[in-house]
Design a protein around this ligand. Structure first.
Ligand SMILES: Cc1cc2nc3c(=O)[nH]c(=O)nc-3n(C[C@H](O)[C@H](O)[C@H](O)COP(=O)(O)OP(=O)(O)OC[C@H]3O[C@@H](n4cnc5c(N)ncnc54)[C@H](O)[C@@H]3O)c2cc1C
Length: 401
């Protein structure tokens, strides 16, 4: 599958960070993780922490799936507002999903600290009404979050400007958000765990998979066998090649990054993550190297050709969107890119077992919160591999599809 095109900034800025070998022998392990992006990296880390041997195999060079295209906002707010999610899946599960994402941000922050990865910053997050008609929904969302103890503040029009320096009819200011660099985080995790015995192979595509009650056998494109007790599918959106339930709708999204700005920081008050109630939504953040990153303008299709043909026009539209909010900032786009992403009906990921494929687990962080979902997936899967029940597994299970 073609996952991205253009010039993803993480890749441009950091390039090929580390080399990993190809798998060139038959091998046996406890758990094999297929996919070495952020989901595979977090899952391997969690398994290693629990003392479970594992190896990672990835068809691409490490990180060159969706992970390098990510704009890496870490938000607990799922694509579906809490009050709507509660109506869809029940209040308890909805609140738990939001809480797990909020905890995931802290856990990612602590994990980065532990492995010595520094490109992660805590940020407040401002969810603003894109139009007056969205204010009612925003009020409902604020009430739902407040009721369940999330650190939020409701901002009327005048206070939106005071707190952020931009105009909007209303907004919710959240205390808990962060941003990172998913591509570099992934490499840092791999490097940390390789020193502890993890084996990571890239340019090693899995061609055939045999599931049985005894375990799994994977045949690489180069003709080597991997035998394992368990398999974790951390394949990102390419999972559609392996499951027959239509769990994810593939779409296309766009992002652009400015040239380095000579303006004094912060470019807007409090240097917050900004995103709005429009669907598709517009989002903006700054980077440690004095740029502004914007994204959105999603299209409802998966067609690499159509998707890629639109990069230039989508970039123009994103820049125009930005200028409407911050007319005084001269955003000159230096790099822009596009990527495939996937959304689910309830905005939640699919994590756990899939009945037709025994001895395997799925770590599928679909949607705008892919990275926080990857962390949640890693924790649930480590429990399941260990034969432990995880109290949150039902929320994300395939049974709801
Ligand atoms: C433009 C864009 C912006 C985004 N912004 C954000 C954001 O701000 N915040 C956020 O949380 N999320 C964001 N996301 C989503 C986030 O990037 C993804 O959820 C995340 O990167 C998925 O990571 P992954 O490891 O699951 O998948 P991937 O990074 O795609 O890794 C899966 C790997 O599996 C490998 N694989 C697949 N099949 C095989 C096979 N047969 N054999 C061997 N290997 C195989 C692939 O080669 C691939 O490298 C964004 C996505 C895009 C495209």
């Amino acid at each position: 599958m073609n996952l991205k095109a253009g010039y993803p900034f993480s890749l441009i800025k950091n390039g090929l960070v580390a080399n990993y070998p190809k798998l060139e022998k038959d091998t046996r392990t406890n758990v094999v993780i297929m996919g070495g992006g952020i989901s595979g990296a977090l899952t391997a880390h969690r398994l290693m922490q629990k003392g479970i041997d594992c190896i990672i195999v990835d068809a691409r060079s490490i990180g060159l799936g969706s992970t390098c295209a990510s704009t890496s906002l870490l938000q607990y707010e799922i694509d579906i507002p809490l009050y709507k999610l509660a109506a869809l899946i029940g209040e308890k599960a909805a609140v738990r999903s939001y809480s797990l994402c909020r905890e995931a941000i802290d856990k990612l922050y602590l994990l980065a600290d532990k492995i010595g990865f520094t490109d992660i910053q805590k940020k407040k997050s401002l969810y603003y009404a894109a139009a007056k008609k969205d204010v009612e929904g925003l009020k409902k969302e604020f009430a739902a979050r407040k009721k369940h103890g999330f650190k939020v503040q409701y901002l009327e029009e005048e206070t939106v400007f005071e707190k952020s320096g931009m105009y909007a009819p209303a907004a919710i200011l959240s205390a808990d958000g962060a941003q990172t660099n998913a591509y570099m985080f992934t490499h840092s995790l791999h490097q940390y765990n390789i020193k502890k015995g993890l084996e990571v192979y890239d340019r090693t595509a899995i061609h055939t998979i045999k599931h049985s009650s005894r375990g799994v056998e994977l045949l690489t494109e180069n003709g080597y066998w991997i035998k394992a007790r368990k398999l974790v599918y951390a394949t990102g959106y390419e999972v559609v090649n392996y499951i027959d339930k239509p769990v994810v709708k593939l779409q296309s999204t766009y992002a652009a990054i400015s040239e380095i700005l000579s303006l004094e920081r912060p470019y807007w008050k409090n240097d917050m993550l900004l995103w709005n109630t429009a669907r598709p939504y517009l989002y903006m953040r700054t980077t440690p190297d004095n740029r502004i990153l914007i994204g959105g303008r999603d299209e409802d299709f998966y067609s690499p050709k159509k998707r890629d043909d639109l990069i230039a026009s989508k970039t123009k539209k994103l820049v125009a969107d930005f200028k409407k909010v911050f007319p005084h900032i001269n955003f000159i786009s230096e790099f822009s890119w596009t990527g495939t992403f996937g959304s689910t009906k309830d905005g939640l990921p699919f994590i756990g077992t899939y009945k037709k494929l025994p001895n395997s687990y799925f770590a599928l962080g679909f949607g705008g919160n892919g990275i926080t979902f990857s962390l949640i997936g890693a924790e649930i899967i480590a429990d399941l591999v260990n034969g432990k029940k995880n109290p949150d597994a039902a929320i994300f299970s395939f049974d709801r599809a």
